[in-house]
Design a protein. Sequence first.
Length: 219
Amino acid sequence: MATLLHLDSSVLPGFASASRTVTEAFRKAWEEEHPQGTVIYRDLSADPVPHISADGHTAAFVDPSEHTPEQAAAFARRLEFIEELERADAVLIGAPMYNFSIPSTLKAWLDNVIVVGRTAGDTPSAKGTPVTVVASRGGAYGPGTPREGYEYVQNYLGAVLKDMLGLDVEFIVPELTMAAQVPAMAELVPLAEASRAKALEDAAAKGRTLAEQFTAKAA
């Protein structure tokens, strides 16, 4: 039975959030295809992980036998997140763009799970795990757009998840999500709707395909 680690970070609830709507499509397809699997879910907005502390940071560079009580407690919390990542057969991340970057709650999770010599470095402990990132954004930041240079979500997460953690990363990008709310973007509504439809379709297909692969392995 495969395990899916699902992280959402949007401050908006349910279908008010573009990223949550698309991650839900992925997860629903995954669960329908692989009902015997396990889902570990973290809502990083509703239940934020702690920002990394000095004790949690320094503990990663000290032998556990030499941890102070404060380091031991802080690193034990980090281990919860690290072991969830290592246990996962696939990872799903909702990463909306806020002020050109990712939510601070998602950054806090990353800071907790990145440990050089374990999850990062020459032999990352979760290397090769497939990761699907739903990188929603209110505008458009792709190549050739006026704000191409402000795209710090895919660029950053690609560097961290792929290059540091060795994960197999794929992005699904629902864009122009603010078109229906911003009068100046009204003419972009059809493009926004098409982007949303494609994201939902791609997410469901990806969730289904991955679940099929793990179901086949277990057979």
